[in-house]
Design a protein around this ligand. Structure first.
Ligand SMILES: *[C@@H]1O[C@H](CO)[C@@H](O)[C@H](O)[C@H]1NC(C)=O
Ligand SMILES: *[C@@H]1O[C@H](CO)[C@@H](O)[C@H](O)[C@H]1NC(C)=O
Length: 345
């Protein structure tokens, strides 16, 4: 979620209400309520407010959607652990570590149950395994998604409904992929090749399924980002430079060497169709291929070889010119339904 900074000049006359966001164009519900706050004298009853919000947002009153939003309010939109960090889901911020550098005694289940009770735990015992921040029950969020899908027949004409549906499906799948990644690491540490291959395949398939999902909504595409950058150019050189800038800003940034990723890599960590297929998938795939080979050959995982290979792929991608769609394709509701059936039923 973005940082929101209310700016209010209110000495004699109210002049304006403004917000200054670092990350924008997501979580519209936050900005909707935020911009009302200056006009309220009493505490807002968010649960009631949300009922009319979903009506205003989708143009129809719908009981299932109201229930879905009530769940979101108690889960995704209720982060109370005081941790304000960037999204570190493994797909968009793939760990730059060797799996032998963290001990298997801190296996997935232990980490998850322990972290729920002691959020600071990981920082103390294992600085090397990055943990995506999780402050809500993913099962509850999936229930909310199910209610969104139930409401789909009535609401699928609404662009805002489809946006929210795609976003919630995306997040549910990404959280699932985090678990699958940890399963893969677990298999590796147990030297279980077939387990590793099974979870790797699932992780990569999730990336491609999220790619297809995001491609169905204009708001989740890489293409418009690149095209708007190029359109600012007056000359061919500028065009080349602006495209490189736009590609670099959403991926590696600039201070990388042949074997060290930039300190700011994945700072933007966008879930955009185009990036998943051409950027996040090759990265994970190169990593897991080496991981599997290291088990077969009974030698340690060569982190530096992966970095060299990956960074060179990435630098080529940054200077690339291939085009990405600027218009959505596919039926968001149908895609979300089929992914729900595939992964959550
Ligand atoms: C948010 O979470 C806190 C801590 O778990 C809980 O006390 C509170 O009731 C929750 N609020 C909502 C709206 O669910
Ligand atoms: C793998 O290598 C280790 C030493 O590095 C050795 O102890 C072990 O027996 C080897 N395992 C196989 C299956 O070759």
């Amino acid at each position: 979620m973005a940082n929101v900074l209310p700016v209010l000049w209110c000495t004699i006359h109210l002049v304006g209400v403004g917000m200054c966001m670092e990350g924008i164009e997501h979580n519209p519900v936050v900005y909707e309520l935020m911009s009302e706050m200056a006009f309220r004298s009493q505490k807002v009853e968010v649960e009631d407010w949300l009922k009319s919000y979903s009506y205003r947002r989708y143009g129809q009153s719908n009981v299932e959607i109201q229930k879905a939003w009530a769940i979101l309010y108690h889960t995704i939109y209720n982060c109370t652990d005081g941790i304000a960090d960037h999204n570190k889901d493994y797909i968009v911020e793939f760990p730059d570590i060797s799996p032998s550098s963290f001990s298997s005694q801190y296996s997935k289940r232990k980490i998850i149950s322990h972290v729920r009770k002691h959020p600071r735990f990981l920082g103390e015992v294992s600085a090397s395994l990055p943990q995506p921040h999780l402050w809500y029950s993913t099962e509850e969020a999936v229930k909310s998604l199910e209610l969104f899908l139930k409401a789909g027949n009535g609401l699928s004409e609404s662009l805002t409904y489809r946006y929210d549906l795609v976003d919630l499906t995306r997040q549910s799948l990404s959280k699932l992929a985090n678990k699958v990644y940890l399963d893969a690491m677990d298999s590796y540490q147990k030297r279980d090749s077939s387990g590793l291959n099974f979870h790797t395949k699932k992780f990569l398939e999730l990336i491609m399924d999220i790619e297809t999902l995001l491609a169905s909504d204009d708001n989740f595409l890489l293409g418009p980002w690149l095209e708007t950058a190029k359109n600012l150019a007056m000359t061919e050189d500028e065009r080349k430079q602006y495209e490189w800038n736009a590609r670099t800003q959403v991926t590696m940034w600039y201070d990388d060497t042949k074997t060290e990723q930039s300190k700011l890599h994945d700072y933007a960590n966008k879930f955009w169709s185009g990036l998943l297929k051409s950027y996040y998938h090759p990265r994970a795939s190169k990593y897991f291929t080496r991981l599997s080979r290291s088990l077969q050959e009974n030698r340690s995982f060569q982190l530096e070889e992966w970095r060299r290979d990956w960074i060179s792929y990435c630098n080529e991608w940054q200077s690339g010119k291939e085009l990405y769609p600027v218009k959505a394709t596919g039926d968001a509701l149908a895609i979300s339904r089929s992914l729900f059936a595939k992964y959550f039923r």
